[in-house]
Design a protein around this ligand. Structure first.
Ligand SMILES: [Zn+2]
Length: 423
């Protein structure tokens, strides 16, 4: 990264010096090199670096697995759209510590390392406004669609982008999030066998959305008065605009209102959005809970702020200390998840698999290794398999350059070791 920055500075300096010198009548390249020996040496290093990048690109390309013939006409319930990625003229890099190309890199990893053809993925549709209004106030959705996009999105993202034209915000931020929300809804339908995916009786029923997991967005109609704090109509937070998890569950309930759902939220942050939404009667049918939440999160993290926390409404709550490491983390998970599944006996598991628990993540502030995250995902999928529960995984937070590689390798591990659809 640092080298790339140095390279750009050298290149721009070189261009500047060349352009100022070349207008002179006595310009000669030889004289230029003589006058600026350090710059010439640096130029040589930059040229070598370019050559090295080209060679390593060719090596990487030659190591790619060719698309597999046996998968050519086969769909895998992995949901992805190239529209998930945010192209924002590079502004996204300063907006949020977020790899805006994370989703594409996961998709590319699965193609390059496993030979899954692009046609094997399911492509979601952008979620409709009518569907969004199932969980969100019409005023909120209309403000985002019409005149207030930039101001509202800026307040949710907590970054100063309110000056940008509304149409830019709608196309570059809201559209990718609507597609990913459509992806979570589609994934839940596929895993449950309500979608077009064909399951055999003996199959493990699963789906993965390479996106979504906006667990800080809160659906409508739930006002909490905690005395000191009032949790009101403010619906989006922490760069989460649409409550995709809440909506996916509501859409499943439209098919079967008795369906019991367990949200397993292992993102580093508390899933305060769906926790607030399901804290009310919505979560119950005939007085019985039809959704319960299993949430392990860094409770010493500054986000969500105290006034937005909803701890009282998490049935299986495991607050972790700043810097928790693999052994302790995996022990809490393995000791408690099977017990929770046995007690509640859900019909469906929605797994929010944030990778911001990673040791180098700037926002999660836990210390879980790359290997530890792969073990975590494997354990959750093994439980779904053991107890025969359909499962949907969404990718949620993860704010390092390694996040995409970790997600890619973890999905690779799940497909090979647990689901065994790829050998
Ligand atoms: Zn998070």
């Amino acid at each position: 990264m640092l080298f790339k920055k140095i390279r750009s500075v050298v290149l721009y300096s070189l261009l500047f010096i060349m352009s100022t010198h070349s207008i002179r009548a006595d310009f000669s390249l030889e004289a230029l090199i003589k006058d600026h020996p350090i710059l010439s040496a640096l130029t040589g290093i930059v040229a070598l670096n370019f050559a090295w990048n080209a060679v390593s690109g060719i090596i990487e390309w030659s190591q790619q697995v060719k698309p597999r013939e046996d998968l050519k006409n086969k769909k895998l319930p992995i949901v992805y759209s190239s529209g998930y990625n945010m192209y924002f003229l590079g502004i996204e890099k300063i907006l949020h510590s977020f790899d805006a190309q994370k989703y594409r890199r996961v998709h590319d990893h699965l193609i390059a390392k496993l030979g899954i053809p692009h046609s094997s993925f399911y492509e979601p549709k952008e979620i409709s406004i009518d569907d969004l209004k199932i969980v969100h106030d019409a005023d909120y959705i209309e403000a985002l669609e019409n005149t207030d996009s930039a101001r509202l999105t800026a307040s949710i993202a907590e970054v100063p982008i309110g000056f940008l034209p509304n149409f830019v915000i709608r196309n570059r931020i809201l559209k990718p999030m609507k597609l990913a929300t459509g992806g979570t809804v589609l994934g839940a339908q596929l895993a449950m066998g309500y979608g077009e995916h064909q399951w055999k009786e003996e199959d493990m029923k699963w789906a993965i959305n390479i996106g979504g997991g906006y667990h800080h967005a809160k659906g409508k109609g739930h006002f909490f008065d905690y005395g000191k704090y009032k949790y009101d109509q403010d619906e989006g937070h922490g760069f989460c605009i649409y409550g995709d998890i809440q909506l996916a569950i509501e859409k499943l309930w439209k098919k079967n209102p008795n369906l019991k759902v367990m949200i397993v939220d292992l993102d580093a942050h508390q899933g305060n959005g769906h926790e607030a939404y399901f804290a009310t009667e919505t979560a119950k049918l005939n007085g019985q809970h039809r959704v319960v939440i299993f949430d392990m999160y860094n409770e010493q993290n500054w986000y969500p702020p105290e006034k937005l926390r909803t701890d009282a409404h998490i049935q299986y709550k495991f607050g972790l200390a700043w810097g928790t490491k693999d052994a302790q983390y995996l022990k809490i998970l393995t000791d408690n998840l099977p017990r929770a599944i046995e007690e509640f006996n859900p019909d469906f598991i929605l797994y929010n698999a944030g990778t911001d628990i990673f040791e180098h993540d700037p926002l999660g502030k836990l210390k879980i290794s790359h290997k530890g995250i792969i073990q975590r995902d494997q354990f959750v999928f093994e439980q779904a398999q053991k107890y025969k529960k359909p499962i949907l995984m969404v990718t949620s937070g993860g704010y390092t350059q390694q996040s995409a590689v970790i997600i890619g390798e973890s999905i690779e591990n799940l497909l090979k070791k647990v689901i065994k659809v790829i050998n």
